[in-house]
Design a protein around this ligand. Structure first.
Ligand code: CO8
Length: 374
């Protein structure tokens, strides 16, 4: 048996930023067009008018100020309201693969390693650009990794579930090292015409390199233990999929083909689930919450994270103990907790303990307890 450790991490951040102000202007422009087009039906009470979105609501409800996206031109055009990404030929690298490679190279650079040191690539994300061939295998090819690769999808918890899978394989010796890569193009999956959710998501890619601890060339985070749990819920759901063609005609633009959620229920049901999950994980690992130097939580909602932080630590965490990146990146699904980890872990000293925890659709919860070395 070997001891797995995270020896490198990396974040690819798209160039385009959409501020709340830009987002709300575009949405309200769309609402005006919609209401004008449907004026008669609205006046007759047959259709509801679209209500405006507001910056104040977005910040108060979520803590989000801006998001990065792969394309903003389509999202901000009230006559389009979705990203516009060029169709690539089969010979070109796919968009998700390119994002993943960028994040992976940063993780490799940080660890002082090359693709030749890697034996496994897991592409763990909430949406895959296509069903097959696996994005992970394309990323493996682009990086020049020998060994094997596969995709996995556990929505917002994909990264922590992927880290558990990789850590278990490193521990058992079936691979020497693994890249867990989380490219998320949430913007293509979001209904930008729905004010209840149009502010929630952004795009990004993250990567972590998991190796045997003794292979680390610099500081590393030993993976002391991991814990994953799932519990079925329809409260976050998407009905798009390969059966779409078999459905009656005209279903392509159905609302449920994009991200759907009952946000209030998710909020209420996921909070106790996550708090109990983290408490049980720490308890079984023999770690007191007071021993934790850092919580890198899933980044969906600031109030939610504040609550979980208080529940886990038994007091209000200082901002540096539970860093949020939500204000800049919005919810980036599986990548959120890894962005927080990647950007807020270099100051930790040997012996410091921290926990990465993600949660979301499924429901799913994954936690990774780490200890700083080197
Ligand atoms: N502007 C102004 N008013 C608004 C807006 C808006 N943009 N949106 C809603 N309102 C109104 C509502 O209509 C409502 O009005 P009324 O009281 O008259 O009915 C009022 O504001 C309050 O609305 P809500 O009750 O919806 O507001 P909340 O305070 O509950 O906040 C949140 C909404 C932010 C969605 C909150 O409930 C939340 O964050 N919940 C948790 C969600 C969560 O964590 N989800 C996880 C999903 S992510 C995941 O699992 C990954 C999925 C796969 C990736 C998908 C990629 C796209």
């Amino acid at each position: 048996m070997h001891i797995p450790a995270i020896t490198g991490s990396g974040v690819f951040t798209p160039e385009n930023v959409i501020t709340n102000a830009e987002l709300v202007t575009a949405f309200n422009g769309y609402a005006d067009l919609y209401n004008a087009e449907n004026a008669q039906a609205i006046a007759a009470g047959k259709m509801a008018a679209k209500e405006y979105s507001s910056e104040d609501f977005i910040v108060k409800a979520s803590g989000i100020y801006q998001r990065f996206v792969m394309d903003k031109s389509g999202v901000l055009d009230p006559t389009v309201m979705h990203p516009l990404l060029r169709q690539r030929s089969d010979e070109e690298p796919s968009v998700m693969a390119e994002m993943g490679v960028s994040a992976a190279n940063k993780a490799l650079d940080m660890a002082g390693k090359t693709a030749r040191d890697v034996g496994l690539v897991i592409c763990a994300a909430s949406n895959m650009e296509r069903a097959y061939p696996a994005l992970a295998i394309e990323i493996q090819e682009l990086l020049g990794v020998e060994g094997f690769a596969f995709d996995m999808n556990v929505a917002c918890s994909s990264a922590t579930f992927g880290i558990q899978a990789a850590a278990d394989m490193v521990r058992s010796g079936s691979v020497k090292s693994a890249l867990v890569i989380n490219p998320e193009i949430c913007s293509a999956h979001l209904e930008w015409r729905d004010r209840d959710c149009h502010f929630i998501f952004g795009d990004v890619a993250t990567a972590t390199l998991i190796e045997r601890r003794e292979a680390a060339k610099g500081p590393s985070f030993e993976i002391r233990s991991t814990r994953c749990a799932t519990q079925f819920s329809n409260n976050i759901r998407n009905n798009n999929g390969y059966l779409r063609r078999s459905r009656p005609a005209g279903m392509a633009d159905r609302r449920d083909m994009q991200f759907m959620q009952n946000g209030r229920k998710v909020f209420k049901e996921v909070l106790p689930l996550v708090s109990a999950h983290m408490a049980a994980h720490l308890g079984d690992a023999g770690v007191q919450s007071g021993d934790l130097k850092r919580l890198w939580l899933h980044q969906a909602n600031k109030t939610m994270n504040d609550f979980i932080g208080r529940k886990v630590l038994g007091r209000t965490p200082a901002p540096e103990e539970q860093p949020n990146i939500l204000q800049d990146y919005a919810n980036t699904s599986s990548a959120g907790s890894i962005i927080a980890f990647s950007k807020h872990s270099s100051d930790m000293v040997p012996g410091d303990l921290g926990i990465i925890c993600s949660f979301g659709a499924g429901y799913s919860v994954g936690s990774v307890l780490v200890e700083r070395h080197g």
